[in-house]
Design a protein around this ligand. Structure first.
Ligand code: SAM
Ligand code: SF4
Length: 326
């Protein structure tokens, strides 16, 4: 099978799959309170998701991250993970997941026993009032219980925190908490994806603010060597905690030159870039009995050199992160 190489010479090794647009939280920066979800028939079935993912593995994909929406609210999620984990081996090296943690207490053991080694858990505050206000649901105790279950199941955890005006001052405390439990942590700059109820301009905090806040209390040493499958974060080692902190700054410091990923939405579209609208519709191809190999090749050829996000009051892209898979 030929590997997937785009027209700028980047080899595509990493697939992110959104398995549902639904979620049990309503994070202010991701969804509106009265979010309308897609009709069930628009979503890929388990068989369709599995067929596309298997084909990507045949084409040399080394890592798949399952995301959403909240992937663990999809009823057949364990069946999908069982399906894909059967391919884990030398070439397909990693199957992983990004979750909000609310269902982890139920699923952590299953994920671990199916060969998952690491997961990302999104957590924007350890303060119950701030968490509930940001997520519009009072779910912090359930998330912390889920994180504990994942730790006990032996999963390595990375905490992902979106940088917001509400949590900026809490970042040092959250990092101490994460590193004390040997969790990695990454901070993410907000991206202007989809309409929410709050102005993007008011939500946006540049990553330099977090770095300044952290540098006042900690000694950060940038880690220059990057793992090609580790994603867009630039990591620093923190002398005082012995842990690592990652910075993901799509707006102030883009990472396009080394981008080796494509995204499959829960509706079967392949997006080559989180920040562009070009896509190929594999659901249409599958449901009309067509060959998805041609669609995959076309998609890779469409991968743009760079994204062009900008922060204003309106979203710069109409689709929500939950459909595309963050
Ligand atoms: N529900 C799961 C979760 O929250 O981890 C998986 C899907 S969520 C869309 C994946 C990641 O995208 C989360 O870490 C979330 O914080 C982040 N995210 C969502 N909307 C975002 C936005 N507009 N800008 C930056 N990150 C965003
Ligand atoms: Fe749900 Fe994740 Fe979006 Fe929050 S960020 S609303 S948990 S999909």
């Amino acid at each position: 099978m030929p590997n997937l190489i785009d027209k700028f010479g980047r080899e595509i090794k990493y697939l992110r799959v959104s398995v549902t647009d639904r979620c049990d939280l309503r994070c202010q920066y991701c969804m509106s309170e009265k979010m309308s979800f897609l009709p069930k028939q628009d979503l890929l079935s388990l068989a369709e998701l599995s067929k596309i993912a298997h084909r990507f593995i045949d084409f040399g994909i080394e890592k798949i991250r399952i995301s959403g929406g909240e992937p663990l609210v999809r009823k057949d999620i364990v069946e999908l993970i069982t399906e894909l984990s059967s391919r884990l081996g030398q070439d397909f090296a990693e199957l992983t997941l990004t979750t909000n943690g609310t269902q982890l207490a139920k699923y952590a053991d299953a994920l671990s026993s199916l060969g998952m080694k690491r997961i990302n858990v999104s957590l924007d505050s350890l303060n119950p009032a701030i968490f509930s206000s940001l997520a519009r649901r009072n779910a912090l105790p359930r998330v912390l219980e889920g994180i504990e279950a994942a730790k006990t199941a032996g999963l390595h955890i990375k905490i992902n925190t979106v940088l917001l005006p509400e949590n900026l001052s809490e970042i040092p405390e959250m990092m101490r908490w994460a590193h004390a439990q040997s969790f990695d942590m990454s901070l993410i700059e907000i991206m202007p994806m989809g309409q929410t109820d709050v102005s993007r301009r008011k939500q946006f905090v540049p990553m330099t603010h977090a770095k300044d806040t952290l540098s006042q209390q900690f000694t950060l040493s940038p880690i220059l060597r990057r793992d090609p499958l580790s994603g867009p974060a630039r990591y620093s080692y923190v002398a005082e905690t012995g842990g690592r902190i990652g910075f993901i700054s799509p707006l102030t410091n883009n990472f396009c030159a080394s981008c080796n990923r494509v995204r499959l939405t829960c509706t079967g579209r392949i997006y080559m870039c989180l920040g562009q609208e070009d896509h190929i519709d594999l659901r249409k191809t599958l449901r009309s009995g067509g060959c998805i190999d041609t669609g995959i090749a076309k998609a890779v050829n469409l991968k743009p050199e760079a994204h062009d996000f900008s922060i204003g009051d309106a979203p710069s892209l109409p689709r929500h992160m939950s459909v595309t898979g963050g």
